[in-house]
Design a protein around this ligand. Structure first.
Ligand SMILES: Cc1cc2nc3c(=O)[nH]c(=O)nc-3n(C[C@H](O)[C@H](O)[C@H](O)COP(=O)(O)OP(=O)(O)OC[C@H]3O[C@@H](n4cnc5c(N)ncnc54)[C@H](O)[C@@H]3O)c2cc1C
Length: 366
């Protein structure tokens, strides 16, 4: 009896809170008019006037200022950090998991969570002000595995992109609630500036990956970019190690082809983890690159037991075991990891045991 009264009270209270929150959201959307608000960017560098009530992220987007938001503005990736000097209102509970105490003290906020309800003064890094909106046409598509496709986009306007290897773009995909954005790494190297190639794994029911998998030659496409914090060390004596799996191939392909365009003798490793032979792609083209550049080493490993019809004479087991087997200790190197979080954790541990400094390990989880 006591428990059911307790349960009833908790449910009634939760229901009331949900109703109030929904009421506030509806009132904010349809009844409250914040009028025109001023956005001051970098102390007068780019003054804007925007209609109040939108998020800072979408207000900036409407004015062609594209802040990285690989989660599509859902508040889950924590990438759209900007310093709001004044006018952003209090920090929200949805922001705090992504902010350190120091960041909160210095006014860092998630642009996707801050609502523009008054004049705002915001500081935006110069790199972001250089991000552009691109229109493109699908040049080709091909299946690399049962769930991964390569999609090449020929740029129309602007006709070229300037990118660092390992950076990504945010593709605009239609959805019933309006356009959404998803992050995809650029797999073409910087010396092919007129094309952006993507390597996309189909996520069942996923909006962005389904849209990209259904694109056909000559379809239009739009994206913003480039974004991303990967910095390839320019010193050719520093060995480069790329480790990944699945669509994590995209940034690594870009990095590897950039390296052999700029430094034909630079030492570089590619470790690629697959579950079965069905997940293997690009192996032949990397073997060709290895023949042309003996300082390039390619290792693919299969983690599942071989099926009765499968033939494989390469490495087996999880990819971090191959990294452990092949890499020497204590030589100057930089590593780029792209794949699922568990793989990244296991590989990071092995690399640190090999003497690589944490600041020389870059990773994208996807
Ligand atoms: C910096 C960065 C670079 C990226 N580069 C690439 C790339 O080169 N190629 C690529 O294919 N992807 C890449 N991704 C992932 C990509 O941005 C999307 O998250 C992914 O394609 C799923 O988007 P979606 O719209 O299809 O699915 P959503 O509509 O967002 O999600 C549908 C459902 O699938 C779940 N889900 C979302 N993502 C995944 C996932 N990865 N695996 C399993 N379930 C998931 C969601 O929880 C949801 O339930 C990258 C992500 C980041 C952050």
């Amino acid at each position: 009896m006591g428990f059911s009264i307790y349960l009833y009270s908790v449910l009634s209270f939760s229901g009331l809170v949900i109703l109030l929150a929904a009421g506030l959201m509806i009132a904010e959307r349809f009844l409250i008019n914040y009028g025109i608000c001023k956005l001051d960017i970098n102390a007068g560098e780019k003054p804007l006037e925007v209609v109040g009530g939108q998020t800072l992220l979408s207000s900036l987007y409407a004015n062609e200022i594209f802040i990285p938001s690989p989660c599509g503005g859902k508040g889950s990736c924590g990438q759209c950090k900007l310093t709001v000097v004044s006018g952003g209102g209090p920090v929200l509970p949805t922001e705090t998991p992504h902010l350190t105490r120091k960041e909160i003290r210095s006014g860092v906020r998630l642009a996707c969570q801050v609502k523009v309800r008054e004049d705002i003064y915001v500081r935006i890094p110069e790199d972001y002000l250089n991000v552009k909106l691109f229109s493109a046409t699908v040049e080709s598509t091909r299946s690399l595995t049962y769930d991964i496709k390569e999609i090449r986009l020929k740029l129309n306007d602007p006709p070229e992109i300037s990118q660092r290897p390992g950076q990504y773009v945010q593709i605009q995909a239609p959805s019933p609630d309006g356009p959404i954005f998803r992050a995809y790494s650029i797999s073409t190297p910087a010396h092919e500036p007129t094309v952006v190639e993507l390597v996309v794994r189909l996520v069942p029911g996923g909006i962005g990956s389904t849209y990209l998998h259904n694109l056909e030659v000559n379809n239009p496409a739009a994206f913003t970019g480039p974004y991303g914090e990967f910095y390839l060390n320019d010193d050719p004596s520093v060995e480069i190690v790329c480790v990944g799996g699945g669509a994590g191939m995209a940034p690594m392909k870009n990095i590897i082809y950039t390296i052999y365009d700029r430094w034909p003798e630079r030492s570089c490793w590619l470790f690629f983890g697959c579950r079965t032979t069905r997940d293997i792609f690009y192996l032949e083209q990397f073997k060709k690159l290895q023949r042309e550049h003996p300082s390039f080493h390619v290792v693919y490993a299969l983690s599942d037991e071989l099926g009765p019809d499968e033939k494989w004479d390469g490495e087996t087991g999880f990819i971090h075991l191959s990294v452990d087997k092949y890499l020497e200790h204590d030589i100057p190197r930089q590593a780029f990891l792209c794949g699922p979080p568990l793989m990244i954790q296991a590989v990071t541990r092995v690399l640190e045991e090999k003497g690589i400094r944490p600041e020389d390990i870059f990773y994208d989880e996807f």
